[in-house]
Design a protein around this ligand. Structure first.
Ligand code: SF4
Ligand code: SF4
Length: 356
C-alpha cells in the first residue's frame, strides 16, 4: 500500500528548505540556468539558483549521475610484488536529485531494469551502489520541452520511482507529495510548510490535464502498435536513405536518458606498475560499436545503425519499460535533423501502402 503525505509550500518556503538541506551538507543535483539561457543539472551551492520552471536540460540527470563521458571504475598498483586494487563498487554519499521531470524518472526506471537490481546477478555493482543512495525529488513539468512527445509515450506524469513529487498549482503554491520515509526525512528539514487540502488535490489534477494538452507533438501511431508496425518495415528504404545524411556524431545517443551503452578500457601506466580500468560512453551510432574479433562489423552502414536505434527505442524493449520517453533531446542535438523518432514514424507511415 502506498502512503502519501501531501503538503503545500510557496516558492520562498522551497528556497528555505533547499537552503536548510545545503546547511546540513546534503549533496544536491538540481536544474540551474546556464550562461546561454539554457538549463543544466548541476551540483547546487546556492538555493536561489534552483530553477523548478526549467523546460528541459541538454544532458539528462541519469547520464550526469550514472554515465559521465568517462570515469575510472577500478585502479590497480603493484606493491611488493602484489597487485592492490582500489575503487570499484562503493557506497557513495547520498545524492538528492531535486526537480527531476516525470519523463526522466521513467528513464531512471529503465536504467533500473537494464543496470539495476532487477537484473539480479547481472546488475552493475557501481550502478547499484550509486542508485541506493540516490533520493529523487520529482517536479511535474510546467512548460513541456520544445520537441517532446511525452503525452504519446505516457511519460508526462509518473506514479512511482520518486520519494517526493512537486507540482506547481498556481498562485505561488506548490503541491508537495511525499511517498517514502526518506522523502519525509528530507521534507522535515524544511522550516515551513502546511497541509494540503482537498481543493489542492483537485487543482493538481486539473493542472496536470492542462499541461498534458500543452505537449507540442504526438506520435502518428499509438504506442502499443509501434512494435508490430516497425517489425513489418525492417527492410524499409527509409533507413538507408536517412543514413546517407548521418555524420555519426553519436549525439542522439549521448543525450538520450535511456541510453546505457558503455565501453570498458584498460589504461596501464607506462611504468607497468599501476593502471586504471575506465568506463566510457559508447554509442550504437558509431561504426566500431559492433566490431568483433577478426574485424567483423555487424551493422556496417549508417542506415543499419539508424534502424537499430529506432528499433531499440520502440521494439527491443525485452518486456521492459519503453526505451523512448519522448523527451525530444535527440531532436534538439542532431546536426542532420534526422534523429527525430516522430519524423521517422511519420516517414515510415507515409509509405505504408507499398509496404503492407
Ligand atoms: S530517443 Fe530521443 S526522444 Fe526518445 S528518449 Fe531518447 S532522446 Fe528522448
Ligand atoms: S542521427 Fe544525427 S545525432 Fe545521431 S549520429 Fe547521426 S547525425 Fe549524429
Amino acid at each position: 500500500m502506498k502512503y502519501v503525505w501531501p503538503y503545500i509550500m510557496t516558492s520562498k518556503q522551497i528556497e528555505l528548505w533547499v537552503d536548510a538541506l545545503l546547511c546540513e551538507k546534503e549533496e544536491i543535483l538540481a536544474p540551474v540556468e546556464t550562461t546561454h539561457g539554457k538549463f543544466s543539472f548541476e551540483r547546487l551551492n546556492d538555493a536561489k539558483k534552483l530553477r523548478l520552471d526549467y523546460s528541459t536540460t541538454l544532458i539528462p540527470p541519469t547520464q550526469k549521475i550514472f554515465m559521465p563521458l568517462n570515469e575510472p571504475v577500478i585502479s590497480w598498483t603493484k606493491v611488493d610484488g602484489k597487485t592492490v586494487f582500489s575503487g570499484g563498487a562503493k557506497s557513495e554519499k547520498p545524492l538528492i536529485v531535486f526537480g527531476m521531470h516525470p519523463y526522466d524518472i521513467h528513464a531512471l526506471k529503465a536504467w533500473d531494469e537494464t543496470m539495476g537490481q532487477k537484473r539480479g546477478t547481472l546488475a552493475d555493482p557501481d550502478y547499484v551502489a550509486k542508485r541506493k543512495n540516490t533520493i529523487i525529488i520529482g517536479m511535474d513539468v510546467i512548460t513541456p520541452p520544445p520537441h517532446s512527445f511525452c503525452g504519446s509515450m505516457g511519460t508526462h506524469t509518473v506514479k512511482d520511482g520518486y520519494d517526493i513529487m512537486i507540482t506547481f498549482i498556481g498562485d505561488d503554491k506548490y503541491f508537495v507529495e511525499v511517498v517514502s520515509a526518506t522523502g519525509l526525512y528530507i521534507l522535515f528539514s524544511a522550516p515551513e510548510y502546511s497541509d494540503a487540502k482537498n481543493a489542492d488535490y483537485k487543482l493538481r489534477t486539473k493542472i496536470r490535464k492542462e499541461v498534458f494538452k500543452k505537449y507540442p507533438r504526438t506520435l502518428p501511431i499509438q504506442k502499443e502498435r509501434i512494435k508490430a508496425f516497425l517489425e513489418k518495415r525492417i527492410d524499409h528504404p527509409y533507413f538507408e536513405k536517412t543514413g546517407e545524411l548521418c555524420v555519426a556524431c553519436a549525439k542522439c545517443t549521448f543525450v538520450c536518458p535511456t541510453c546505457t551503452c558503455c565501453n570498458i578500457k584498460e589504461e596501464p601506466a607506462l611504468d607497468g606498475k599501476s593502471g586504471c580500468r575506465v568506463r566510457e560512453c559508447d554509442s550504437c551510432q558509431l561504426a566500431g560499436f559492433t566490431k568483433m574479433a577478426g574485424g567483423v562489423i555487424s551493422r556496417k552502414t549508417p542506415g543499419a545503425r539508424i534502424r537499430h536505434r529506432i528499433l531499440d527505442k520502440f521494439d527491443y524493449n525485452h518486456g521492459m519499460v519503453a526505451s523512448c520517453v519522448g523527451c525530444g533531446r535527440c531532436v534538439d542535438v542532431c546536426p542532420a535533423d534526422i534523429a527525430d523518432p516522430v519524423k521517422a514514424l511519420i516517414a515510415l507511415k507515409e509509405e505504408e501502402i507499398s509496404h503492407e
